[in-house]
Design a protein around this ligand. Structure first.
Ligand code: AMP
Ligand code: FE
Ligand code: FE
Ligand code: ZN
Length: 273
């Protein structure tokens, strides 16, 4: 039987709904041999696995998904097997978290102009995430009936250029790639199918080591092109579900997009697994 890993899973440390423990359980239930925990701008979810008992046959890769900017455009960089205990990383992530909290407060201020009064606590929800962001605001907007769903929340208020948009902390794409390398990990361009060809090549020039070929937002056409590109450029091929939650409107359960686990187990970089 093929041993598969889902290399892109969010937990409730950022905008996912499952705890790291539940995410691992779901991965096991769905027949996987491993998952990578890749929360937005935080390693809290990845660190939490140190306190869990994980079955021997199951691998959890500690990762992160950095939100970065390249030429004023949003580019997500996945980092795997980086030293998540590094102090400089903690300092940077704390700075980003602080910025994120302030950003949500600014979004809430902007929403007031449209008679939408939301409390920060309400946005945090019952279990405050380490890394708060627009999806949490979207959830609160839905709960209070101001919008019907997440895409309406983004289209009206939260997306770039919309009524309550506020910029994120500007981590440069190159900074994230270099940092991941410095911390002993390997970097992968997340969901490149959402970027222009020019932007993809700009990221490749910055020394990215892999690209996420398999992703729910990639068409078969895009997947084929990205696979060829990865092979031509001798880049690591990864894939994952980008799991956030189980809902009737998405089909990306944990394990719905995967790659063979073997290359990641054999890699010297996998020593921290
Ligand atoms: P943030 O990190 O706070 O800027 O939020 C970015 C996250 O919001 C992304 O990683 C997605 O999970 C989600 N997101 C961004 N744009 C949309 C959209 N148009 N519809 C639904 N979710 C979105
Ligand atoms: Fe997300
Ligand atoms: Fe992403
Ligand atoms: Zn993601």
């Amino acid at each position: 039987m093929k041993k598969l890993i889902d290399m892109h899973v969010h937990t409730n440390a950022s905008d996912g709904v499952l705890s790291p423990e539940k995410a691992i359980q779901r991965g096991i239930e769905n027949g996987l041999s491993g998952i990578a925990i890749t929360d937005h701008d935080t390693v809290t979810g990845a660190l939490a696995i140190d306190h869990l008992t994980i079955p021997e046959h199951f691998t959890v890769i500690k990762g992160i998904e950095f939100s970065t900017m390249q030429n004023n455009k949003e580019v997500h960089i996945l980092g795997y097997n980086l030293d998540v205990y590094n102090e400089d990383l903690q300092v940077l992530l704390e700075k980003i978290q602080k910025f994120r909290s302030n950003r949500v407060l600014k979004i809430l201020e902007k929403l007031k102009r449209f008679n939408i009064i939301l409390d920060y606590k309400e946005v945090q929800g019952e279990e405050p995430p380490e890394s708060i962001g627009r999806p949490h605001v979207a959830k609160a907007l839905i709960k209070r009936g101001f919008v019907q769903d997440v895409s309406q929340a983004f289209d009206r208020y939260l997306a770039k250029g919309r009524l309550a948009y506020v910029e994120r902390y500007k981590l440069e794409t190159k900074e994230a790639i270099d940092l991941i390398k410095d911390l002993g990990g390997f970097s992968v361009l997340a969901h490149p199918g959402l970027l222009s060809e020019q932007d993809i090549y700009s990221v490749l020039e910055k020394g990215i080591e892999g690209i996420e070929v398999y992703h729910p937002k990639h068409s078969q056409f895009a997947t084929d092109i990205l696979y060829d590109l990865a092979k031509k450029q001798k880049l690591i091929v990864t894939g994952g579900s980008d799991f956030h939650s189980l809902s009737s409107t998405n089909n990306n359960d944990i394990g719905s997009y995967t790659v063979l686990i073997d290359p990641f187990l054999e890699s010297p970089l996998a020593s921290s697994i």
